[in-house]
Design a protein around this ligand. Structure first.
Ligand SMILES: [Zn+2]
Length: 326
């Protein structure tokens, strides 16, 4: 077992950045672990840095590559977006000669194409809080889709969410085009550091590597997901457009993450301190509150939250177009 710190070509904004390659003694799959695609999502970064030490002791087979700070310029800026104002998850596969986020997108896209499996770790950032979930694109290739479903189940995350495979610009879009199985994790968000999010992510990665028979020891855990939705509708996985705010002001939520709501129930209100006007926000559908605005000053169009129409211990499929649930 060897732990290498690989220093990339340094630029002003990525001076501090390291990536790790950890090799087992036996050949096996190459798993790429990513965090920091968005610069304000801290638990994934710390989970991966701490996992690098642990995996150097526990890996037996294959290789793990860890990039805990994919868009270092966004981290330096303490923002979701890079120092060029770009969202790395919209500009993949990027450009070798572009701005800082485009160059970072280019670099991570090359790593993705060389991997056998990719896990991209996120949170809701400073703006949104998210119920613990694992997501993947509903890949048109049945074999890739099946591998992604297996990886998703292996994470042990309680909510599994397959979404529209068509969006471009994401890390998962690059993986899709290269036929590399890829999943992403979402949990938490807001200010502060949530130790339980970092712990859950470390556990999810361990479980996937155990499933792939890459670690010295460890039993493959039995599937324990609680909710599973595959939603084929266009842009079904696009969080930033869910429940757009009807006006600007301060959003005061009437629900919490993980609550069950019914369509028409009060979801919250927006009060504009400039005009004094108050607008009630109602739940658009019945289901689980899996997304909620926690940066409370909103402008018209900001995502206020998200409701997932799911059932406990049942896998549901929403087809494209007709919106029917099977
Ligand atoms: Zn993110």
């Amino acid at each position: 077992m060897r732990l290498h710190a690989v220093h990339p070509i340094t630029k002003a904004s990525i001076d501090m950045k390291q990536t790790w390659q950890i090799n087992g003694d036996e050949t096996g799959p190459h798993v790429l672990l990513l965090a920091g695609v968005h610069g304000d999502e801290y638990e994934p970064m710390i989970a991966l840095v701490e996992l690098a030490d642990e995996l150097a002791r526990t890996i037996r087979r294959g290789r793990v590559t860890i990039d805990p700070l994919v868009n270092a310029g966004a981290y330096v800026k303490r923002n979701r977006l890079g120092d060029d104002g770009l969202d790395l998850a919209r500009v993949c596969p990027g450009s070798e000669t572009g701005s800082s986020s485009e160059r970072a997108a280019h670099a991570v896209s090359q790593r993705i194409r060389q991997a056998d499996a990719v896990i991209d770790l996120h949170t809701g950032g400073l703006a949104l809080e998210i119920y613990p979930l694992v997501g993947y694109m509903l890949h048109p290739d049945r074999q890739v889709l099946a591998q992604q479903q297996q990886l998703a189940v292996a994470t042990g995350m309680p909510l599994i969410w397959g979404t529209d495979h068509r969006p471009d610009g994401r890390t998962l879009s690059v993986a899709r085009d290269a036929g590399v199985p890829a999943i992403y994790l979402e949990y938490g968000g807001g200010s502060g550091f949530r130790e339980q999010v970092a712990d859950r992510y470390k556990d999810a990665v361990r479980r996937v590597l155990t499933q792939l028979d890459m670690l010295e020891s460890g039993e493959v855990a039995a599937p324990d997901w609680q909710y599973w939705l595959e939603d084929h509708r266009r842009d079904s996985g696009y969080l930033q457009v869910k429940m757009p705010a009807p006006g600007s002001g301060v959003f005061i939520s009437a629900v919490s993450i993980g609550d069950w709501v019914t369509a028409g129930q009060r979801f919250g209100r927006i009060v504009d301190p400039a005009s004094g006007q108050s607008t009630t926000v109602l739940a658009e559908e019945t289901g689980l509150v899996f997304l909620l605005r926690c940066s409370v000053q909103v402008v018209k169009g900001d995502a206020l939250g998200g409701i997932m129409p799911i059932k406990r211990n049942e896998k549901l499929i929403i087809n494209d177009g007709e919106g029917s649930i099977n």
